[in-house]
Design a protein around this ligand. Sequence first.
Ligand code: CMP
Length: 140
Amino acid sequence: MNERTLSIVKPDAVKKNAIGDILRRFESAGLKIVAAKMIFLSKAEAQGFYAVHKERPFFDSLTTFMSSGPILVSVLEGEDAIQTNRRILGATDPVKADAGTIRRDWGTDVEKNAVHGSDGPDTARWEIAYFFSELEIQTR
Ligand code: CMP
């Protein structure tokens, strides 16, 4: 099924000059980049994005990290885009991620794990709308 998913290149990966490598991997996997922008989240904006995790012990540290530097947010489109993206990202913890995945190659630990990807269709819709208006997403 043709789907859209939200991707974030996190502050750790931006600092490592990994944006180009990560976007290339999306395109090589057949995902089309239909929207992209670089932004610098405030702490409140990071808290809003990760609100689903607000009761977790790592919430404060995660949102401090996500507002510590610029990020590259993008919308990826393609056949089974959500699962395709999650497959090439690898497991949340880079140490447990398969060889050749983005998190294994660029992540440091479970927080500084280089990239975020939506985990399902409902989350994808909500996350895309958090960062992009329909007018900012290419449809041709
Ligand atoms: P992400 O895909 O952005 O979704 C939620 C994030 O929370 C996750 O990647 C990790 O960066 C972070 N996270 C998940 N579990 C932990 C944990 N145990 N400690 C710190 N951060 C975590």
